[in-house]
Design a protein around this ligand. Sequence first.
Ligand code: NAD
Length: 385
Amino acid sequence: MAKILCVLYPDPESGYPPKYARDSIPEITSYANGQTAPTPHDLGFTPGALVGCVSGELGLRAYLEGLGHELIVTSDKDGANSEFEKHLPDAEIVISQPFWPAYLTAERIAKAPRLKLAVTAGIGSDHVDLDAAAKAGITVAEVTGSNSISVAEHVVMTVLALVRNYLPSHEIAVRGGWNIADAVSRSYDVEGMHFGTIAAGRIGLAVLRRLKPFGLHLHYTDPHRLPHETEQELGLTYHPDAASLVEAVDIVNLQMPLYPSTQDFFNDAMFARMRRGSYLINTARGRLVDRDALVRAVESGKVAGYAGDVWYPQPAPANHPWRTMPYNGMTPHISGTSLSGQARYAAGTLEILQSYFEQRPIRDEYMIVAGGALAGTGAKSYKLD
Ligand code: NAD
């Protein structure tokens, strides 16, 4: 019998289950690159239900208890006295979500001698110390592709919201005002602007495709260059590095994974290269951006607007400066956990667990660390140094 320790975000303050706005979600069976959506058997929830919070349990309980395993679900993840640390020494599998990450540091891994599998219910496994996991022989897997479009849609939304000055204009309407001059003093069309994404993996490429009809000039940089036909189809300008990209564009999208050498990637030096009045969108990870350098860049006017949904740590403290700095369109970490996205990453988590317990290989594209080294998508997208 295995102990599975699952950390999920707390239930809605208004109670569980919520009153749903819609009765169903569209069924998505495959992604743009041809990869199929998760195909587990015995799905334990109705797609469209809120399964990402504690009471939702990712719909896993019936399956796991049916096999005689023990499932612990908690949101209490931080500190030595947390439920997470209490159960970690006996856990064989840990499941966590980037939205409410249970940080699996080297110290915590040392306290988890039975741990064999760390599953990210979502995409982005930087909350796990991948080097320590590799050295401890722990497999790290995530549900690659599951919420890529959820995030890409959020990026497109924030590009338009920032450039068109949507949020302050909406506030004027809510407050009973009609001051058009104030609303439009910072409002532009995106048409004709230059947009660049730093990383054009699953999400970055989906963003480029979705922005193409808006008449933007599209740029990207990525250590893995896209196929020539894709560059031609979308009219992409390739940059060998991020520094040359940020000098050439008006809107920057940050979409690469966080690993040791990308921490604080956006620092004072990078901001200095940007055009005055640039917009920066970050749905990748909060620690890619130097917190205080961003505040300085907004105050100086170098950055005209910042949006995204990722912070460090998570949950962000109430006094985190990105909550209140001007011209921000920040949200809590929500883009990848729409009800639509949840349905796929919860199904993918079940698929990974079924592969593990039925001793079948976990899909290669889900692998981040295996056999003591980066593997699968991890080998393509992450570095350990
Ligand atoms: P992906 O693996 O498909 O693509 C990542 C791309 O980053 C790869 O093409 C890789 O070559 C590129 N890359 C790696 N290092 C780079 C560098 N130094 N400079 C430029 N490019 C680099 O991953 P994805 O599905 O597109 O997701 C990307 C990231 O987005 C995830 O790692 C995660 O951190 C974040 N994410 C956030 C949410 C959310 O809810 N906000 C949801 C999903 C993913």
